[in-house]
Design a protein around this ligand. Structure first.
Ligand SMILES: Cc1cc2nc3c(=O)[nH]c(=O)nc-3n(C[C@H](O)[C@H](O)[C@H](O)COP(=O)(O)O)c2cc1C
Length: 137
């Protein structure tokens, strides 16, 4: 709340997308939800928007919470302050590239498909999986 500038009343019960920054490529959220729904944890760098229009980066560890029947009942995110050089040298340029591809398509769906392909391609060329890539930064 101190960083984003919203009050608890403005935040409680609201979707996380309330603080979504328009510079965030949607393919990152697609990857996040796919992993969560497959029962996996996700680590992701996320750029969020403050109430006053500023932004702040987090390194989020997002997990699902389960009931006794192993059904997902909620989600949890622990966000850490990322290293500034990882953002400036790797993540911000990567996300900017993904966003250009995403916006170059006529529909949102086609944009997300194209940026997902690009992200997979970049990571595959490094010969690693997404998580390995994230932790190699
Ligand atoms: C536990 C959890 C934490 C999340 N944290 C953020 C966040 O800090 N910022 C954000 O933009 N989206 C976050 N998301 C993803 C949003 O739910 C949403 O998918 C994303 O903002 C994209 O918005 P859209 O799905 O409406 O396009 C989080 C999701 C979960 C499950």
């Amino acid at each position: 709340m101190r960083v984003c500038g919203y009050s608890d009343k403005q935040l409680m019960g609201q979707p996380h997308s309330s603080i979504r920054h328009p510079d965030m490529p949607r393919c990152i959220f697609k990857l996040l939800w796919e992993k969560l729904n497959a029962g996996q944890d996700v680590f992701a760098y996320v750029n969020n928007r403050c109430l006053n229009g500023d932004h702040y980066w987090v390194f989020a560890h997002v997990t699902s919470s389960y009931d006794d029947n192993q059904q997902i009942v909620s989600y949890h995110s622990l966000s850490r302050c990322p290293k500034a050089e990882i953002i400036s040298n790797a993540i911000a340029p990567l996300y900017a590239q993904l966003l250009v591809v995403e916006k170059s398509k006529t529909s949102r769906k086609a944009g997300i498909e194209a940026s997902c392909l690009m992200l997979n391609d970049i990571i595959a060329k490094l010969g690693v999986e997404y998580e390995e890539f994230i932790f190699s930064l």
